[in-house]
Design a protein around this ligand. Structure first.
Ligand code: HEC
Length: 312
């Protein structure tokens, strides 16, 4: 017995420790005593138990009353010198009403007089439960006809299906509208040496075989120009590079990648191309196009700061 207590205590302790660890999503069982719903659960459990007890006591009382009635009927029958015949129970009278079966003692009344190998044919009626079910289906069919076909107050299965499909389509459209695909264009594009985007861009570069025409390191080959120098045929800077990759220079052999790639992939690979600037790979193709010198960005003057500094 002691062993059981010890292992039980151990179990409780470990669960308590575990409960303290998982503070992220607290459930009722982590700390049942201090849970705000605890009083509600406790009271409803109590009410449920009391109700069960009441039902139990009530059934018991009914039984006692029944026994008393039977006893008094027996006494009455004995006084009048009759044989006591017990009243049929509630269940057996219900079952008799449902089945209306003829008792074995009265079978000769419905015997059809046909006997085959000792098997006799009786003229039994259909059991009432069966007949009433049948009449019920007839009544139901009338109701169905009026509700679904004559007054059309409820939709038929086909309509139900179609409306559900329509609702689902609406929901799908709403969902689509609420999360539009990220479309990037060159207008607001600014290059930053974002390692994550550049890494993604590199995999786009490799995955689309840009290296087949520009060399794996971007140094250029007989087909494509050098992407690592400051000279550009279609203009340097992230906006021009993005536009060139998106629209290509199809007649010169540079595909329009915007047709087969998401704008995000074009942005990523453009960032990667920008990151190749000045890498000077060995045997790079000689410059083509014009030199691109990025505009020096003038930092906007922070008037508040300047004022604050002036007052110092
Ligand atoms: C089938 C060969 C081919 C492939 C593949 C190719 N390019 Fe090009 N690319 C070219 C050619 C040719 C040019 C030069 C076009 C011109 O002369 O107008 C070019 C030009 C460019 C330019 C502009 C260079 C400049 O000087 O203005 C960039 C940027 C570029 N490619 C990036 C890419 C990227 C990124 C990929 C992969 C997604 C890629 N290219 C795949 C052939 C290719």
């Amino acid at each position: 017995m002691k062993k059981i207590y010890i292992s039980l205590a151990g179990f409780l302790l470990t669960t308590a420790a575990w409960a303290q660890e998982s503070t992220a999503a607290k459930t009722f069982w982590d700390d049942p005593i201090n849970d705000p719903m605890m009083p509600v659960y406790a009271v409803s459990t109590l009410v449920f138990i009391v109700l069960l007890l009441v039902v139990f006591v009530a059934l018991y009382m009914v039984r006692i009353v029944n026994i008393l009635i039977v006893e008094s009927e027996k006494e009455k029958a004995a006084k009048e010198g009759k044989v006591y015949i017990p009243r049929p129970s509630l269940w057996s009278s219900i079952s008799q009403k449902l089945n209306a079966s003829v008792p074995v003692s009265q079978e000769q009344d419905i015997d059809m007089g046909h006997s085959f190998d000792g098997i006799r044919e009786l003229d039994n009626h259909l059991p009432p439960w069966w007949k009433w079910l049948f009449y019920g289906t007839i009544g139901w069919s009338a109701v169905y006809l009026v509700v679904y076909h004559l007054s059309a107050s409820l939709p038929l299965s086909t309509e139900e299906y179609n409306t559900e499909i329509a609702i689902a389509q609406q929901q799908a459209e709403k969902r689509k509208a609420s999360q539009p695909a990220l479309v990037i264009d060159e207008s607001a594009l600014e290059y930053t040496a974002d390692a994550e985007i550049i890494a993604k861009g590199k995999s786009v570069f490799v995955g689309n075989n840009c290296g087949a025409c520009h060399r794996a390191d971007g140094g250029g080959n007989t087909i494509g120009p050098n992407l690592t120098d400051e000279y550009w045929i279609h203009g340097g800077g992230i906006k021009n590079v993005f536009t060139t990759i998106k629209n290509g220079a199809v007649e010169k052999g540079m595909p329009a990648w915007g047709k087969s790639m998401s704008s995000q992939d074009v942005r990523d690979v453009a960032f990667y191309v920008m990151s190749l600037q000045g890498t000077k790979p060995a045997n790079g193709k000689s410059p083509q196009g014009e030199q691109y010198i990025p505009e020096q960005k003038v930092a906007p003057i922070d008037s508040v700061k300047t004022k604050a500094q002036a007052s110092l």
